[in-house]
Design a protein around this ligand. Structure first.
Ligand code: DGT
Length: 152
């Protein structure tokens, strides 16, 4: 019996796609050893962006945030593995890219909070919630043949 591991919804925002950062970003998660469970290029309907960011609906930047997310295609992904939510947040860096450490995705590639290249779920519960929003068709369950080289 296999219990599904923790999942995080990770999304390369329209600026990351337009700037050609998709390969680099996917490569970081692959090389870390996490398992890709879903992937698509997607022009986000406004309603989906609003649902994703509904907790921020009262913020002054909410409208700009939604407009930014729908401004071009995004790359939607689900990554799976032990501790993936917290570790992906570390790999992504602080919300404000000027506060992100070099070596993190935002620290290496971004300057402004309103163009911060990537999203990552902030809790395992939100990993599940956001995956259901962006992948209503479901995600893929598969076994990685290199698993014995990643797990003791
Ligand atoms: P993420 O991964 O996109 O959800 O970003 P987080 O989790 O690092 O930051 P969160 O959930 O507090 O805010 C979601 C997005 O909203 C963030 O990526 C950029 C935008 N945002 C947050 N705070 C500000 C702000 O003070 N000004 C502007 N313009 N945008 C903000």
């Amino acid at each position: 019996v296999s219990v599904r591991a923790e999942i995080s919804y990770i999304m390369i925002k329209p600026d990351g796609v337009q700037r050609g950062l998709v390969g680099d970003i996917i490569g970081r998660f692959e090389r870390k050893g996490y398992k890709l469970a879903a992937l698509k290029l997607y022009q986000t309907p406004k309603q989906v962006a609003e649902e994703h960011y509904k907790d921020l609906a009262s913020k002054p930047f909410y409208k700009d945030l939604v407009n930014y997310i729908v401004s071009g295609p995004v790359v939607c992904m689900v990554w799976e593995g032990k501790g993936v939510v917290a570790t992906a947040r570390k790999m992504i860096g602080a919300t404000n890219p000027l506060a992100s450490e070099p070596g993190t995705i935002r620290g290496d590639f971004a300057i402004e909070v309103g163009r911060n290249v990537i999203h990552g779920s902030d809790s395992p519960e939100n990993g599940e919630r956001e995956t259901a929003i962006w992948f209503p068709e479901g995600i893929t369950s598969w076994s990685q043949t290199m698993e014995p080289w990643l797990k003791e």
